[in-house]
Design a protein around this ligand. Structure first.
Ligand code: C2E
Ligand code: MG
Ligand code: MG
Length: 565
């Protein structure tokens, strides 16, 4: 076949094919080597090339073809699939493509014909849908769906270390509350940008939701490199951000978990999810330590966090389920060894967790805010108990109740207290509230609340005195009656702690506070405190906290027994 006859034949074939298909088809033919021989107008239209620019060019000129396609065609089979083409102006288009080889008598292709349909619009829709399904619209970062897909598709290599960083902005609510949600959005976009800039192309970062981000690194970097990265992130995030008329430093807390992929670990979804959980836990600890910091996950953390989680879960219904009760620890007048009063201490016993100490559960009640309701219940129960004792001849001079800062700053605190005193008919002068130095220093208007308490006739003592940063002369300006020297100082009396205790007692007495020593455990401590003329004492040496019935017994027997001390 000479060239002209061949060309005429092809021309004819093309016409026939085009006719046989519908007019909207885009058609292109190549020779056996992929050199473009002919194109129809539709192809020129979509590719934005003139016919002359295409004829004689290799088909790679208009698109990238897969090896798989080339392989199928070489064997003389029909190929069907989707191809992305690049137009003359650089824009791209998508075509649904059927490639048909025409075969010689010996079975080898002598020509290919490609019949194409424009699917660019459909592809654009798909891309858009993909972008909203897999990317966060605010920050343009990948989202959780993307992460799930990434995990499913990611090829896991044995002995590769996977590192997860879980990041959460510190006090983000403050920004939303004080600057508005538009500013909050702006901050998230800016932080997303800064985080991305700290990472390599191959690292994955997603916006987990709210102000949380997750970074996943698949490389065997040593720990130091990861710590450097965490420090770089802390530093970049902390650079000032302009918000309205203010420059603000935003901080972030980072939890890090790292583990090596092992051969027996088949399920990568649960592997990564468990790493994310561990990093999340470590992040919460970084926050607990004041934020703007990173923390690396350890197995002990997980146990600790699981327990806190269980406490939070169980304590929700504790009041309803009657799981709380109150114990009372005697306060002793050190001059005459008489019981002068009691401190009330909350106790919680739960079926699943057993007895949990207040040191563990009070911070959780404070975090959830439930301390407010429970605090009211405590005050009512304690005032009522004191009234009952008075009615049956257990005539204590005072009952003291610990008050959480969260409860103290409630606007209804004073009114609630008035109502409780009224309901239980307890004379306010028997009640003493224990607050910490932190409560006084950190709560705005604490002085006003203290004055209101004074107005009611309720006394106030400073608990754990010496562990905060308040000065005695400052406290003297406030209506405060009593200082309770923290147990840690009494513990140190055996060592060289006498001078501190001595100073607190003397200065306290000079400023006309009553002074109580907490946590007296042995005779030496007691003797020293007596020598220094400390007013009152409390501790296991006299009695542990006990149930209300026990207090009655102690009241009637104690003076005899304690006389010997
Ligand atoms: P706190 O008010 O300083 O109470 C004294 C703590 O020291 C109590 O622990 C008491 O049992 C313990 N203690 C007393 N004497 C000794 C001693 O000689 N040796 C030793 N090792 N410990 C002694 P507890 O009951 O575990 O309470 C811990 C903290 O929990 C309390 O410290 C208080 O801050 C808080 N808390 C307890 N009950 C309440 C409550 O009803 N409301 C609030 N808001 N907080 C409470
Ligand atoms: Mg106390
Ligand atoms: Mg104390």
């Amino acid at each position: 076949m000479n060239d002209t006859t061949r060309s005429n034949k092809i021309e004819q074939q093309l016409k026939n094919t085009e006719y046989a298909l519908n007019v909207s088809s885009i058609v292109l033919t190549t020779d056996e080597n992929g050199i473009i021989e002919s194109v129809n107008d539709k192809f020129c239209e979509i590719s934005k090339y003139d016919r002359e620019e295409l004829i004689g060019r290799n088909h790679h000129f208009v698109a990238v073809f897969s090896n798989e396609m080339e392989e199928v065609l070489r064997k003389g089979n029909v190929w069907h699939g989707e191809i992305k083409g690049i137009a003359k102006d650089g824009s791209s288009y998508w075509v649904d493509t059927t490639m048909v080889p025409f075969l010689n008598d010996n079975g080898s292709p002598y020509q290919y014909i490609a019949i194409l349909h424009d699917i660019t619009t459909r592809k654009q829709h798909e891309t858009y849908i993909e972008s909203i399904a897999y990317y966060d619209t605010l920050t343009q970062l990948p989202n959780r769906n993307h992460l799930h897909r990434w995990i499913a598709e990611h090829e896991k290599k044995v002995n590769e270390i996977t590192t997860v960083l879980f990041l959460d902005l510190d006090r983000f609510r403050y920004i939303n509350d004080n600057f508005g949600h538009a500013s909050g959005d702006f901050v998230l976009q800016e932080i997303a940008k800064r985080l991305t800039q700290c990472l390599a192309e191959t690292d994955l970062i997603i916006r987990q939701g709210g102000d949380e981000f997750i970074i996943i690194l698949n490389n065997n970097h040593p720990n130091e490199v990861i710590i450097d990265l965490a420090q770089k992130i802390l530093q970049q995030v902390s650079l000032p951000i302009q918000l309205l008329d203010k420059q603000l430093a935003i901080h972030i807390s980072i939890g890090i978990s790292r583990e090596t992929n092992t051969a027996d670990m088949l399920d990568s979804t649960s592997f990564i999810e468990s790493l994310i959980k561990k990093a999340d836990t470590a992040m919460l600890l970084a926050k607990d330590q004041g934020g703007n910091d990173y923390c690396i996950s350890t197995p002990e953390q997980k146990i600790k966090m699981d327990r806190l989680f269980n406490i939070e879960l169980e304590i929700k219904d504790a009041l309803k389920k009657n799981e709380f009760h109150i114990e009372y620890q005697p306060l002793i007048n050190l001059k005459n060894n008489q019981i002068v009063g009691v401190e009330s201490l909350l106790r919680w016993s739960n079926q699943a967790l057993g007895i949990v100490s207040p040191g563990e559960f009070i911070p959780i009640l404070e975090k959830t805010g439930d301390i407010v309701t429970i605090g009211k219940w405590i005050l009512w129960t304690v005032c009522n108990q004191m009234k009952l004792w008075q009615e049956n001849g257990t005539l204590l001079q005072k009952i003291s109740v610990n008050v959480s800062p969260i409860q103290f700053k409630e606007t209804s605190f004073i009114d609630d207290l008035k109502e409780i005193l009224n309901e239980t008919q307890l004379d306010a002068s028997y009640l003493e509230l224990e607050i910490t130095e932190g409560t006084i220093l950190e709560i705005k208007d604490s002085a006003k609340t203290l004055e209101a308490l004074q107005g009611l006739g309720v006394k106030v003592s400073i608990d754990d005195f010496g562990t905060g940063y308040s000065s005695l002369s400052y406290l003297k300006q406030l209506p405060i009656d009593t200082l309770k020297i923290d147990k840690s100082f009494i513990d140190n009396l055996d060592a060289d702690g006498e001078i501190i205790v001595n100073t607190i007692i003397n200065m306290g007495k000079n400023l006309r506070f009553r002074v109580i020593a907490e946590g007296i455990e042995n005779k030496q401590q007691l003797d020293y405190l007596k020598l220094q003329k400390c007013h009152e004492g409390q501790g296991y040496y006299f009695s542990k906290p006990v149930k209300s019935e026990e207090i009655q017994k102690i009241y009637h027997q104690a003076s005899k027994e304690w006389q010997l001390m």
